[in-house]
Structures are given as structure tokens and as C-alpha cells.
Design a protein around this ligand. Structure first.
Ligand SMILES: Nc1ncnc2c1ncn2[C@@H]1O[C@H](COP(=O)(O)OP(=O)(O)OP(=O)(O)O)[C@@H](O)[C@H]1O
Ligand SMILES: [Mg+2]
Length: 382
């Protein structure tokens, strides 16, 4: 017996039992990665709960793939430990980690039919024929590709190939699914459909933990329970998706996750009242927004999303600023306006316009609700 772990179908069952009992949370414990003297991942501590979808997003080169490859076992951390469930996997080879992985360019074997591609991992593990047949069927059914088992990859569209790649990753019944930009090679329409399909897949397999690496913030906002935003090999922020969007903890997060207007303000009054609103001064205007422990006199940023700015005031939209209208871009469903507010460009996405819009160059008031805005500290770069 040359490679004991890969022989005999009983080994599969033992492993599967061991893996099921071990849980599916992923824990990075001060994991750092360096290529030569170049540190590309600074000590990273991060937890992904069992059954959670964590989207890791960030600019090119920020260390997303490196973090994912460390979990997969394709790069060795310079320091720190990685645990999956109760198992410390840092020293285990990739195939013993109980993972499925899908990367950008699908990497299906071109000379193998769909069913053989999906069976590949199980055959490598020495699973018996009946089990392989059953798993191939199940996995293809999960991604809606059962009717394509006899085709070759070249006979499939890009989206179909990516579904097969996901089926192949699922066939070994992984406890964690690693997805690295799985949709970036697909065009926009197919990508949207696939995002919905991955969401459905996760509803069907709620125990499966997913680490989803992307630089597409829409994919992250749509799919993820939590988001980690990477910057220069460090986690810049990490938290529940809606919270990170609504109350970004720093400028980088505010600007990376969706579009944000960030107005430089001076805090006039710290948080007060049940909603924790602070008051901040912008020129002559006093504006209320969700606080983060600021003190009077602090210089900070007021974050307001373009869709939360209204052209008309009411009892809810009590914050008022005035800008000079610079540009109007009509896009059918939305009209984008750009105003200058005390030297800061402010973007507005409006679904409804007044009957007559002022001429560019005219002064125009904008209104927004205190609950839709938050104070965001300027980034301190280490
Ligand atoms: N094998 C390698 N040898 C040397 N440097 C590497 C290697 N792989 C990655 N790097 C460097 O590590 C840094 C992080 O790369 P990584 O692939 O993790 O980025 P990423 O966030 O996934 O970027 P992208 O969004 O472009 O995929 C980059 O500066 C990259 O050049
Ligand atoms: Mg990458």
C-alpha cells in the first residue's frame, strides 16, 4: 500500500464521520504568509462560523487568494494556526482537510465527461462505484446539471461549466467550500443568475461553510452573512454585511462597500438620545448622524449613501445641506446628480425628480434622515 489514506472505501466512511463530527467553522489564529522576505498576509485572526458565508473582498493584491490558499493548504503560513472545526489543519495536506474549492477559470478536465469530472475527487479517494454513482447524481442535481452528465466541458456554456466545477467540489461532501472569484470569467447577466444559484445552493446545504473571495461588492452584499474587507494584507473591517454597509467603521470600508459621500464635519455634540445620534457641523449646517463615541470638537466624516439623499424634505429627512448643482446624468430608472457641497463632490441617486430641475450652477438643497447617516473616522494608516 503506497498511500494508505487513499485506499479502500471504508477509509472514506471513517474520514466522513471524523469530518462530520469535527464541525465546519474555520478559524485563522494569527496566520501570516510571506513570499521570501515579502509579507503578504499580516497576522490574521478571523472566525467563520459553521454554515456562514463569509465574503472576503478587497482590492487586487490585498491578500484574499493568499488567505484562501492557506485554508486550502496550498500555501504554508509563516506563523499562526488554522483550524477547521476542532481539527488543527495547519500541517495537513490539502486532501485531508475536508474542503471543496472552485477557482476563477473552472479548470475542468477537458478530456473527461461531466460525470467523470465530478467523480474525480471521489475516485482519487478510492470510494466504491455505488457511492460514486450516487454522489455524482446528487451533486449534479444540486447545481441543476443532471441532464448534462455525458457532455464534455467544451459542449457547455461558461455558466454551465462553472456549475459543474461547483458540483465537483461538492461531490466529496466538503465541510467547507472555498470559492475564489468563481464568477469573474462570466458575463454580467450569467453572473447575476449564478449569484442567485449559489444563494439557493446554500439554502439547500445550510451546514456548509463558505469562504467566498471576490472583488465584486454586489456579489458580497447579496450572498454574504459577514464580510471581511482586506487591505494591504490586513483585515480593514469585518462584520455582519448589513451592519458594515450601514455603519462603516472606517473610510476605506465606506468607499469600498457601495458608494458613499463623505463630508468632513466637526462634532458639535456627542451621542445623545435612544438612537445614539451625534450632532456635527458642516459650514453653517448642524447635522445629526449615528455616533461612534465622538467628542465635541472631533474632526470626522459624515457618511451618506447617494440613494439616501432626497431632493425634498419631510418630517423624516430633517438634515439639510445646500450644494451647487454640477452634473445631471439620466439613466432611466435612476438619475444621478453631482453637487458641490463646500468643496466636496456629493452624489445623489434619485428615483424621482421635481418637475423642473434647477440649471447647473444653481444652489440646491438636499435632505436626509439622521438614521441613514453615520459618522466615520478618517483612516489611520499603519
Ligand atoms: N507565489 C507568489 N510569489 C510571490 N508573491 C506572491 C505569490 N502569490 C501572490 N503573491 C503576492 O502576494 C500579494 C497578495 O496576492 P493575492 O493573490 O493574495 O491577492 P488578491 O487579493 O487575491 O488579489 P486579486 O484580487 O488580484 O486576485 C500580491 O502582492 C502578490 O503579488
Ligand atoms: Mg485573488
Amino acid at each position: 500500500m503506497s498511500v494508505p489514506a487513499f485506499t479502500g472505501s471504508n477509509v472514506m466512511d471513517v474520514d466522513a464521520a471524523k469530518i462530520r463530527g469535527a464541525g465546519s467553522n474555520v478559524h485563522f489564529d494569527k496566520v501570516s504568509v510571506a513570499y521570501g522576505a515579502h509579507v503578504v498576509l499580516h497576522p490574521l485572526t478571523l472566525d467563520i462560523a459553521p454554515g456562514e458565508i463569509l465574503a472576503m473582498i478587497g482590492p487586487s493584491g490585498s491578500g484574499k487568494t493568499t488567505a484562501l490558499r492557506a485554508v486550502a493548504g496550498f500555501v504554508r503560513p509563516a506563523s499562526g494556526r488554522i483550524r477547521i472545526g476542532a481539527t488543527d489543519v495547519t500541517d495537513l495536506p490539502p486532501y485531508e482537510r475536508g474542503l471543496g474549492m472552485v477557482v476563477q477559470n473552472y479548470a475542468l478536465f477537458p478530456h473527461m465527461r461531466v460525470e467523470d469530472n465530478v467523480a474525480f475527487g471521489l475516485r482519487a479517494q478510492g470510494a466504491d462505484k455505488a457511492l460514486i454513482g450516487e454522489r455524482v447524481k446528487d451533486s449534479l442535481a444540486t447545481v441543476g446539471m443532471l441532464g448534462f452528465a455525458k457532455r464534455y466541458p467544451r459542449e457547455l456554456s461558461g455558466g454551465q461549466q462553472q456549475r459543474v466545477a461547483i458540483a465537483r467540489a461538492l461531490a466529496v461532501r466538503p465541510r467547507v467550500l472555498l470559492l475564489d472569484e468563481p464568477l469573474s470569467a462570466l458575463d454580467a447577466q450569467i453572473r447575476r443568475n449564478m449569484v442567485e444559484e449559489i444563494a439557493k445552493l446554500h439554502r439547500d446545504l445550510p451546514g456548509l461553510t463558505i469562504l467566498y473571495v471576490t472583488h465584486d461588492q454586489t456579489e458580497a452584499l447579496t450572498l454574504a452573512d459577514k464580510i471581511a474587507i482586506m487591505r494591504d494584507g490586513r483585515v480593514s473591517s469585518h462584520g455582519p454585511t448589513a451592519e458594515l454597509y450601514r455603519r462603516p467603521p472606517n473610510r476605506f470600508t465606506a468607499e469600498f462597500l457601495g458608494r458613499a459621500n463623505l463630508l468632513p464635519v466637526t462634532v458639535a455634540e456627542g451621542a445623545a438620545g435612544p438612537k445614539g445620534l451625534a450632532k456635527a457641523r458642516l459650514g453653517n449646517a448642524v447635522l445629526a448622524g449615528a455616533a461612534r463615541g465622538e467628542k465635541p470638537g472631533d474632526k470626522t466624516l459624515l457618511c451618506i449613501r447617494p440613494q439616501h439623499l432626497s431632493l425634498t424634505g419631510d418630517e423624516e429627512h430633517t438634515n439639510r445641506i445646500v450644494g451647487t448643482l454640477k452634473e445631471v446624468h439620466w439613466q432611466g430608472e435612476l438619475t444621478h446628480l453631482v453637487l458641490d457641497v463646500d468643496g466636496t463632490p456629493v452624489r445623489v441617486s434619485a428615483t424621482r425628480l421635481p418637475v423642473s430641475l434647477p440649471e447647473p450652477g444653481s444652489a440646491m438643497p438636499l435632505f436626509f434622515a439622521p438614521g441613514d447617516t453615520s459618522l466615520v473616522p478618517e483612516d489611520v494608516r499603519g
